[in-house]
Design a protein. Structure first.
Length: 160
């Protein structure tokens, strides 16, 4: 079952990173070795944000820093108002939500984590939903472009 590992980013980060850090400071991340996905948001009535982020520690070890990018992406989804219990009601808004969560991660993650996330998608991984992520290479390019806009990019220029 899910095991509590830690909370992310202490409250001091709120002053540095605004709402993204606040959402991260308020949302628990828990390890779930049985989780089929790498990361996933679940409803949690006890959480200040109404959600908890589960991650598969084995899969995270396999993909390294790209896992942190995915976790920050999930925090972005929560910050944007994503509620897992109502996910089916989002419809076309899911694509916009995913794009904006990628933007939050590309802006708030360290350049090394952004680069790892970019590399992860460049290899062709697109999660379980090609419909919301579209082509993984296009997602990688989008992540690169978001990071470049704020000077948070250490990869090749122009974005591939």
């Amino acid at each position: 079952m899910l095991k509590l590992i830690n909370t992310v980013l202490p409250a001091a980060c709120f002053a540095l990173f605004g709402l993204a850090a606040f959402a991260q400071a308020q949302t628990l991340e828990i390890a779930d070795p049985e989780l089929r996905k790498i990361t996933q948001v679940f409803p949690d009535a006890a959480s200040p944000t109404g959600a908890v982020i589960a991650y598969n520690p084995s899969k995270c070890r396999q993909i390294g820093m790209a896992c942190k990018f995915l976790q920050i992406h999930e925090h972005g989804r929560i910050e944007l108002g994503y509620q897992p219990a109502k996910a089916g009601a989002l419809g076309q808004d899911l694509e916009v939500l995913e794009r904006e969560a990628d933007k939050i991660a590309a802006i708030n993650a360290s350049p090394q984590v952004v680069f790892a996330g970019w590399q992860f998608f460049r290899t062709g991984y697109a999660g379980l939903s090609h419909e919301s992520y579209r082509q993984p290479q296009l997602r990688a390019k989008r992540i690169c472009e978001f990071a470049q806009q704020v000077g948070n990019w250490i990869g090749p220029v122009p974005c591939e």
